[in-house]
Design a binder for this molecule. Structure first.
Ligand SMILES: O=C(O)CCC(=O)C(=O)O
Length: 276
């Protein structure tokens, strides 16, 4: 079974618009969760479906407690592909963002090792805005769907969002995913009301956060890794907006991308959902 068909309510939308994020009901069943957990095991030992390669493989081998991640798991794993390109995921995003259609921007497969009580910041994800990395996109009206593959809360390094921070606009220097000193980042960004909200999820639930919502995560004190699959989604009309910042997605527009080109190459940016 794929992602459940859930219709976003007015209350869900209001929550997303006010808080900058929304917690979904359980979107995938236990079999799918088990298959995605198995997918995690395979990909970290470089067992791939097909002949492609993922992007931005980040797996520091000198520290077993370091965060691991890569982008575009859908290129090399069939289970990840079926979830991150699911129409129902796109439909929920379209309803939350008030958009006609939704495409995949890229995905992420994230593994945060469990420290079993050990103090370390090696698995931290620094406070950041996703749009801090996506300034070449014509719109910040994008969202991230973070799907938990186990029950997740602050004890196992769950994500936290900053309430209402999507209303702050695109903050300079917010591409700080890989910085691990949370206090230093807080001192940099907490120039307004800084309210940290934990995203508490049961396995199979997801948090949908706006691309401008500040978020980050701390230590996974549990003995087990925290596994997730993440879909970054954009409206179907998104095009390349000139910006100083480069993003690897520009490679999938053209060898010589020019501002105004739409991210509509179906092969790399598949349509998940279209109203019409
Ligand atoms: O996995 C985390 O703790 C954060 C992930 C993240 O920043 C994202 O999915 O946008």
């Amino acid at each position: 079974m794929g992602v459940i068909d859930y219709t976003i309510t007015e209350e869900d939308k209001q929550r997303f618009n006010t808080d900058g994020y929304w917690i979904s009901p359980k979107l995938i069943d236990d079999d799918t969760i088990a298959r995605l957990r198995e997918a995690h095991e395979r990909v970290w030992t470089r067992k791939y479906d097909g002949f492609g390669l993922p992007m931005h493989h980040y797996h520091p081998t000198d520290n077993p407690l370091a965060l691991r991640k890569f982008d575009n798991g859908w290129w090399i794993n069939d289970e990840v592909r079926s979830v991150v390109t699911d129409r129902n995921l796109g439909k929920m995003a379209a309803e939350l963002l008030d958009e006609e259609s939704i495409r995949l921007w890229h995905d992420q497969v994230i593994y945060k090792p469990g420290t079993n009580g050990q103090e370390t910041s090696a698995g931290n994800v620094g406070w950041h805005q996703d749009y801090g990395y996506w300034r070449c996109s014509s719109t910040p009206n994008m969202c991230t769907v973070w799907i938990a593959l186990q029950d997740t809360d602050l004890s196992n390094g769950g994500m936290m969002t900053i309430l209402g921070s999507h209303k702050w606009g695109a903050v300079e220097g917010s591409d700080t995913f890989f910085e691990q000193d949370m206090s230093k980042l807080k001192a940099k960004f907490a120039t307004r009301d800084w309210v940290e909200e934990p995203c508490i999820l049961k396995a199979g639930q997801a948090s949908f956060h706006h691309a401008l919502t500040f978020h980050g995560s701390g230590t996974n004190y549990s003995p087990d890794p925290r596994l997730s699959v993440v879909a970054h989604l954009m409206p179907g009309h998104t095009y390349y907006r000139e910006s100083r910042q480069r993003h690897d997605n520009l490679r999938y527009l053209s060898a010589r991308p020019v501002p105004g080109m739409k991210f509509d190459n179906e092969e790399y940016f598949p349509t998940l959902y279209s109203k019409s």
